[in-house]
Ligand binder design. Sequence first.
Ligand SMILES: Cc1cc2nc3c(=O)[nH]c(=O)nc-3n(C[C@H](O)[C@H](O)[C@H](O)COP(=O)(O)OP(=O)(O)OC[C@H]3O[C@@H](n4cnc5c(N)ncnc54)[C@H](O)[C@@H]3O)c2cc1C
Ligand code: HEM
Length: 392
Amino acid sequence: MLSAKSAEVIEATLPVVGAAIGDITPRFYDRLFAAHPALLRDLFNRGNQANGTQREALAGSIAAFATALIAHPDQRPDAMLARIAHKHVSVGITDAQYAIVHEHLFAAIVEVLGEAVTPEVAAAWDEVYWLMANALIAVEGRLRAEAAAGGDPAGLWRPYTVVTRYQETEAVTTFVVRPADGGPLPASRPGQYVSVRVELADGAHQIRQYSLSGGADGALRFSVKREPGGEVSGHLHDHLRTGDTVELAPPLGDVSLAEGDGPVLLASAGIGNTPMTAMLDHLATAGSTRRIVSVHGDRDQLSHAFRADLEQLTAKLPDAVAHVFYERPLGEWPAERTGLVDLSTIEVPAGTTAYLCGPLPFLKSVREQLLAAGVRAADIHYEVFGPDLWLV
Ligand SMILES: Cc1cc2nc3c(=O)[nH]c(=O)nc-3n(C[C@H](O)[C@H](O)[C@H](O)COP(=O)(O)OP(=O)(O)OC[C@H]3O[C@@H](n4cnc5c(N)ncnc54)[C@H](O)[C@@H]3O)c2cc1C
Ligand code: HEM
């Protein structure tokens, strides 16, 4: 895919660009937002900009893409592209914006690397950028077409009415919403998320993703944990009431429960159980006879959202078990289920497909435990509630 001439140049300059990428990305974003302030106000997640995670994810993805192209010039790292493309479509990136990003990214590269960017070097990296951009544009076009075919033909943002809201725990509120136009629900797969767009007190529009948490007949259900100092989660908790309208993008996300009849393991920690609850709900509604192991970790019984859902859905399934770990359990609780999630006392069936969602240290630990238990790396899927830094 990458021309032989460019491949040589990329291979030779990858170490230099890789080493400088931490300097390039802040300059790129500063340039981009100086030229287009509305992008930071209304499109990018300004929390992720402030804490630097999005910057790291973008830089890491381009370096990883270039590295993959060098290693396998004829293949495209599709899994990585799919994750980015789902996120892009969900926030409304347009094809035309790729030229804007290109302009400011390459200006930042020249600013940092100076004369090292010969015309030959610039041309080779240009080729990498457009290979990646055009691949993303193609996948994003397909996803938009699918979303339109699945019942969301009227553009990305559709108003929904809040039918009800209730507390799951002190920090987690569930919202059940229906299309305000009375039309059909969009298609979704268990494990997918919706983007929610709100207008904040300073007039900025900010977008965040919330996984669908299943359990809502004829409606969409999502559940939001209030983050300390969090702009959108705080806004939804404080201002979005029953009867109000909220804008949602159609369900997207590359991590969803695959059909099949093999064993499934669902592992989550904290609020990471929203997609797992949707998957379990789907399996229970479908009357699945698959072998299902749910594993969840939380601080204690009071902070554990969807406790009742986990018990009821597990009871409905003929071959399902649930194991819950509490770090600081309240009252009597088995010693072997106290502390962080530990799979050593849990039987992981051969041929298991695993779905994971939770903070990064949890994902890393559970992934290692699953590999040690014999689960194939290709059968471990994970969702992260932020930019995917595992790409780096
Ligand atoms: C695919 C996906 C699915 C998700 N599903 C769910 C879900 O089901 N339920 C759920 O509750 N969440 C979910 N999330 C997370 C959600 O999208 C938000 O990230 C979360 O609600 C926090 O957003 P916020 O606007 O409240 O916080 P933000 O304002 O974005 O802040 C996030 C954190 O950064 C800190 N921060 C903000 N500004 C600064 C600064 N200037 N300097 C340093 N730190 C700062 C804040 O204190 C806070 O702790 C999901 C995310 C993704 C990507
Ligand atoms: C080849 C070009 C691009 C690459 C490699 C790229 C890479 C990425 C990556 C890795 C993520 C994080 C995905 C995740 O959640 O794990 C992301 C998200 C995002 N990208 Fe891009 N991107 C590109 C082009 C663009 C363009 C053209 C825009 C529009 C101006 C854009 C805007 C965004 C936004 C708004 C997010 C959501 C995350 C957030 O706001 O924090 N990207 N991109």
